[in-house]
Ligand binder design. Sequence first.
Ligand SMILES: *Cc1c(COP(=O)(O)O)cnc(C)c1O
Length: 488
Amino acid sequence: MSGQADDHMSAEQFRAHGKQLVDWIADYLAGIESHPVRAPVRPGDIRARLPESAPEHGESWDRIQADVDRVIMPGITHWQHPSFFAYFPANASGPAILGELLSAGLGAQGMLWETGPACTELESVVVDWLAELLGLPATWRTDGPGGGVIQDSASSAALVALVAALRRAGRVDADRTACTVYVSAQTHSSMAKAARIAGITTPNLRTVDVDPDTLAMRPDHLEELVAADVAAGSVPTMVCATIGTTSTTAIDPVGALGEVCSRHGVWLHVDAAYAGVAAVCPELRWINDGAAEYADSYVTDPHKWLLTNFDCSVLWVADRGPLVDALSILPEYLRNPATASGEVIDYRDWQVPLGRRFRALKLWMVMRWYGATSLREHIRTGVALADELAGWFREHEDFALLEHHPFGLVCFRPLWPALSHRDAETATAALLARLNDSGDLYLSHTNIGGRTTLRIAIGAPATTREHVRVAFRRIEQEYLALREEQAA
Ligand SMILES: *Cc1c(COP(=O)(O)O)cnc(C)c1O
């Protein structure tokens, strides 16, 4: 008995099972419409199909693969389904999936340049490429004073940007009780979470008013809050402006907010997690107005709308100094000549974890496979479909449309003329539940001005005009059926 290696998957086994699995994925994606969009399961259903304990002895691949179909698939909500319209898209694509596979196949860990030279340098190149494709400033490139890095998520990006801002404010190794951070009620919750993790107390998270019509942050109110905080001896540390809020894709006036920040020396973080990638289209570059002049950090997620499967969130900083200074801690065991030379980037100093995956591969493969032209085409398709759908809601007497829809998100509300506000709220929730329970489509909701509002986010690569048309008809039918039931 050798006691070793016998249980490892041999190269021949890996080749055979790997091909099987790639075939399985290709079949899955080709036949995705045969599944209900949202998993029709209850809490605990999947767990109940799994054994209590891990197996004592190894099992055959066939058994494992069979359980993927039997146990896992019933509990999958199909984000790549063309009728998935909930939240925001989380695009996958062939080249991205293959990039992910290659990353796992290489099993490289790029914490330092030395532990992953290609991992580091390819990452710098693809984030520079992306900055250029989005029309972001050349100074944010890794060959300038700034630089880009791939994070796991926009939430992590918000956290490291905040720590960089604390560093610039001289508060990394100092008391933070005076530090204040500014958001609006529309800012993503990840910023509040970042503040909490970074030791900013809840009362020091200031909520700037929004314009009631556009839901955009009000620069005059920001000025008022910052000035009052300065007068009271606080340390205004960071403002988070959003380009494309999660609720409704509202756009904060980055230039005017940045002007306030620059006057008071406050770090401006721009959260363009969903919408930022839309700037691959020159006609949408206006969304970044003000960001080039004023942003200290900027994040967008190719893992939402740019065909690169989760996780791939790109953070740029205008000056990498405070970020790297804030996050560098060099123990003896990580010392090496390349780091000591100062000539390389060690991306561990740009993120929370030490270890890091080779995420740049999938973004590189996506950019090369599609080319800028097809990336633009993908975004334009989403925007055009959303525009058409918005037109159908606008013309329909039973629905109210949120007129602002610059991207792939359309927000609408069914009108219930005979119902009180409270009953209308219940009816809208019932409509949403009925649509999502059908398994034919999947929408999500938000609240605008005290009213439940439904969100349709278009952007899955498989979504066509026909899927959007069918979804619209389905919403109309279910709405009419519900209204009739209520009248009876
Ligand atoms: C989705 C989203 C986030 C969070 O993104 P993750 O990458 O999942 O952390 C943050 N901000 C906005 C505006 C978002 O839409």
